[in-house]
Design a protein around this ligand. Structure first.
Ligand code: ZN
Length: 76
C-alpha cells in the first residue's frame, strides 16, 4: 500500500501549509533563506550547502531551523 505523505509536514505531524512543511518549519525555512541572502551580501559567495553546514554548528540556531537544515542538507 502506498502511503500518501502529502498534507503532512516532513518533519512533524502538523498539517503542511506550503509544499512539504507546516507553518513552523516553513517559517524556519523562510528565515534561513533570508539570512542566506544577508550572509552572501556580507561575506561574498557562499554555497547554500556551506551556509547550512555553518548554521548547523551554530549553537544559537533554533530547534525548528536545525530540523529544516537536516532535510535541506540531504537534498544537496
Ligand atoms: Zn513541521
Amino acid at each position: 500500500m502506498i502511503v500518501k505523505s502529502q498534507g503532512r509536514c516532513l518533519l512533524c505531524v502538523r498539517k503542511a501549509i506550503e509544499g512539504k512543511y507546516c507553518k513552523y518549519h516553513y517559517d524556519a525555512l523562510q528565515s534561513l533563506k533570508e539570512h542566506y541572502e544577508i550572509w552572501r551580501s556580507r561575506y561574498g559567495e557562499l554555497s547554500w550547502y556551506d551556509y547550512l553546514k555553518r548554521l548547523k554548528k551554530n549553537k544559537y540556531t533554533g530547534k525548528w531551523v536545525k530540523e529544516v537544515i537536516e532535510v535541506e542538507l540531504k537534498k544537496v
